[in-house]
Design a protein around this ligand. Structure first.
Ligand code: UDP
Ligand code: MG
Length: 338
């Protein structure tokens, strides 16, 4: 996960040891068509951050919004010097936008948060304090109550986290979305990962840095509507699973083996009955078997396709995002990643 070598990183790590002059905290906010949430969001966030008493920056990533998000950001920037705007050339999706922001932010600690105030900014200082006090590299925001989400969203989310805990084989905190704090160490490791679009909420636990949790109440979206329709949720889940494990392919092998055992028994049975002259038309069993195995084959064909698709995009090596403009760093390479 490299940005081209031509890009000058602000300064080297570790912070402080070599006169590094980045802010203490970077808040990264991916935004897609958030013009209606932005005014309220920015006011509340700024209140919290100004009260911190430490240097910070806000990295707003405009993920190719089609509404007035870009203009609103420009207006906000006029009297909020800590606000930095990174615009992507096209809508690249929440994960890619988040990654774009993290790769360009320069703080010692980086907090990612949604633009719709579902994650309360008031929790940020708490995360920061916890990380500093206990020397943690990751602090997850854990949703203690999702009653504001629909029953469907809660059900699918809980199934997703159960599955991911199994696959990643590590502590993936349940109900931890993309509201989290990362230290610069973690971000530098992420930068070196060759994976093009890591699903952060499972890759970050997998890295194995010292981590903690802060729980909070997930509020209702303050304005606008969700940018995560079912199709995107399915895509995130498929990406998470296939990026983490080839286990589903192994399930196919087990299915095949079990099928072989069962069918050899059935074949022997059929042969015995045939010899005994007891065969009947039996279209029902044939019908059922054809349907069932047809379905199983299609399922695993689709699964194989998921992996082949990943190989395909990995080999193409297109960047996960393209930067159109960065309000702070001008004139550098604008290709997101290798
Ligand atoms: N988002 C984005 N690009 C997209 C879709 C969403 O940057 O293509 C941002 C969106 O503006 C928000 C965050 O990702 O800040 C989470 O999206 P949303 O609130 O719609 O998801 P939900 O909370 O409904 O899961
Ligand atoms: Mg939301």
């Amino acid at each position: 996960m490299f940005e081209p070598a031509s890009e000058a990183r602000p300064t080297a790590w570790p912070p402080g040891a070599d006169g590094r002059d980045g802010p203490l905290l970077s808040v990264v906010i991916p935004m897609y068509n958030e013009e209606s949430a932005l005014p309220i969001m920015s006011r509340r966030l700024r209140g919290v951050l100004d009260a911190l008493g430490d240097r910070y920056e806000v990295v707003a990533v405009d993920d190719g919004s089609a509404d007035r998000t870009a203009e609103v950001l420009r207006e906000l920037r006029a009297d909020w010097p800590e606000l930095r705007v990174v615009s992507l050339r096209r809508n690249s999706g929440h994960q890619a936008a988040l990654l774009a922001g993290l790769m360009r932010a320069s703080g010692d600690y980086l907090v990612s948060i949604d633009a719709d105030l579902q994650d309360p900014p008031e929790v940020i200082p708490e995360m920061l304090r916890l990380a500093q006090r206990d020397g943690l590299h990751v602090v997850y925001g854990v949703r203690s109550d999702r009653s504001t989400d629909t029953a469907f969203k809660r059900g699918t989310a809980s199934a997703y986290y159960r599955l991911m805990r199994k696959l990643a084989g590590r502590h993936v905190p349940a109900q931890a979305g993309d509201f989290r704090l990362l230290s610069r160490d973690v971000v530098e490791v992420l930068r070196e990962l060759p994976e093009r679009t890591p699903v952060l909420r499972v890759v970050v636990p997998w890295l194995g840095f010292a981590s903690g949790e802060v729980s909070y109440l997930r509020a209702e979206r303050v304005a606008g509507e969700t940018k995560y329709p079912l199709s995107r949720m399915v895509r995130l889940a498929a990406d998470s699973v296939t990026s983490f494990s080839a286990a589903p392919l192994r399930i196919a092998t087990w299915f095949g083996a079990a099928g072989m055992v069962v069918s050899s028994v059935l074949i022997v049975m059929a042969f015995v009955r045939y010899l005994a002259g007891a065969t009947v038309p039996g279209w029902a069993s044939v019908f059922v078997a054809v349907l069932f195995f047809g379905a199983v084959q299609m399922l695993f064909l689709g699964l194989l396709g998921e992996y082949v698709g990943r190989i395909y995009t990995a080999i193409q090596g297109r960047p996960a995002y393209l930067i159109a403009e960065d309000s702070i760093v001008a004139g550098e390479s604008l290709v997101g990643r290798r």
